[in-house]
Design a protein around this ligand. Structure first.
Ligand code: NAD
Length: 432
């Protein structure tokens, strides 16, 4: 098939590469000229393991092309919409880019085309997309909602082996055509209508965010009653009705999806006069969790003014350079406000972080031990494997005060033995 993908960010680029790998001819379109130039030259503009090599392979096979021109849509059997739908100040989804992309591609539709929406969009948006297209062209088309569930850091394998594919369509013919496209990837397909498909995406992310906020509240209680939240989560997770994933206590969720999608769902509920009390609490708990570290550091160091704090990790999770809504941004802002100097290290996200937050009291270090040099505390905020393998005896030797705040509960008891490090995790009061 000829497939055009609009938007070459984390979702669009991975989708394009994976469908090329399945043998389709893909043309990726983006309005960002620099990004398209880089991609056309075989260089990816994000950090995603394995993606650059696979992109180059598909380019060599002449199945993957890049352009800034929407005219490419005229040859496509399927157009995939993968532009960003960021959060507006009031929490609602900003559909400006999506509307611009739809209206500008619709001009070039030629012959029957399936329009597949992968961007996360509020309930009712796929109907709106139909209206935008109809206002521009008389060509035949079918809109199909196929929300995306891939995770940054494991995007290729998630896309090639999805746990399920959700297909929201207006008619059986469109649904079957898109199901056939995904059949080489999985048999687990849910065929439904637009609104249900749109809702499945929000419900899934809101539920995962709820699990995280739940275990974070449990961690805070564990701290007070002397229980260990890691073992509590392990014991809970063995029950298949609960499951062990997303039960890791820490500094809270971040990233380009959970914060925005939980706010958007609150807005969707609010629009139909429904007070989603549980989700409001989930968001509130997540906000509080980011403030927890400031409290801990003040308890340990009395004041942060003039102190050197090393921060390991900037991205919202390991194996990505994405810092959108990363809890680290908020935490570093708090530290700076208290007058601390922040010595940072991250294997991939320095550039993106600096674009969001640059400050004379922040310094960057490739080597995490160099960042810890002379520090009054080290805060492990993103659990990159590089940080977890550091010898804690060496860490103690370079620090002024050997306090290690583990915002991901990623350090093991054995690593601490005889190091003399004062360890503070989240909900692990017994760990020394
Ligand atoms: P992104 O910001 O990384 O990429 C969006 C791309 O779209 C950018 O390259 C931008 O230049 C391009 N773009 C914007 N408007 C355009 C236009 N009018 N014409 C052409 N190109 C345009 O976004 P992303 O992280 O890939 O997310 C895309 C969508 O997928 C969002 O709705 C997001 O919520 C959803 N999603 C993201 C993830 C994730 O992990 N990133 C996972 C699941 C779903």
């Amino acid at each position: 098939m000829e497939i055009a993908v609009i938007g070459t960010g984390y979702v669009g680029l991975v989708t394009g590469v994976c469908f090329a790998l399945l043998g389709h001819r893909i043309i990726c379109i983006d309005r960002d000229v620099d990004k398209i130039d880089e991609l056309a030259a075989g260089r990816i503009t994000i950090y995603e393991p394995g993606l650059e090599e696979e992109l180059q392979r598909q380019q060599e096979e002449r199945r993957l092309f890049f352009t800034t021109s929407m005219t490419a849509v005229s040859c496509a059997d399927i157009v995939i919409l993968a532009v960003g739908t960021p959060q507006k100040a009031d929490g609602e989804s900003d559909l400006t880019d999506l509307e611009a992309a739809v209206r500008s591609m619709a001009i070039y539709l030629s012959g029957h085309t399936y329009i597949m929406t992968k961007s996360t969009v509020p309930v009712g948006t796929n109907e709106q997309i139909e209206k935008w297209i109809k206002a521009t062209t008389n060509e035949a088309f079918d809109v199909v909602s196929v929300p995306e569930f891939m995770r940054e850091g494991s995007a290729l394998s998630d896309t090639l082996k999805p746990e399920r594919v959700i297909i929201g369509a207006r008619n059986a013919h469109a649904s079957e055509a898109i199901a056939a496209l995904h059949r080489p990837l999985t048999e687990q397909v849910v065929e439904t209508d637009y609104r249900t498909a749109e809702m499945i995406k929000y419900a899934s992310n809101a539920f995962l965010a709820t699990k995280i906020s739940f275990i974070n509240e449990m961690a805070n209680i564990c701290d007070k009653v002397g229980a260990d939240v890691v073992t509590v989560a392990q014991g809970m997770g063995m029950d298949r009705r609960i499951g062990s994933s997303f039960l890791e206590a820490g500094i809270g969720y971040g990233g380009s999806c959970f914060p925005k999608d939980t706010h958007a769902l609150l807005q969707i509920a609010g629009d139909v006069d429904y007070d989603f009390k549980l989700l409001k609490a989930v968001i509130e708990v997540n906000k509080d969790q980011r403030r927890h570290i400031r409290k801990v550091l003040l308890q340990e160091l009395e004041s942060l003014s003039g102190k050197f704090i090393a921060v390991w990790g900037a991205s919202f999770k390991p194996n990505t350079d994405d810092v959108r809504h990363s809890p680290v941004l908020d935490i570093v802002r708090h530290l700076l406000k208290e007058g601390a100097s922040v010595r940072m290290s991250d294997p991939a996200a320095e550039l993106n972080f600096r674009r969001s937050l640059d400050h004379p009291l922040i310094s960057w270090h490739t080597d995490p031990l160099e960042a810890a040099q002379g520090a009054d505390a080290v805060c492990l905020l993103t659990d990159w494997p590089q940080f977890l393998s550091i010898d804690l005896h060496k860490l103690k030797a370079v620090m002024t005060t050997p306090i290690l705040f583990d915002g991901r509960n990623a350090i093991k008891q054995e690593q601490l033995v005889d190091t003399g490090i004062r360890y503070v995790g989240i909900g692990r009061p017994g760990m020394r």
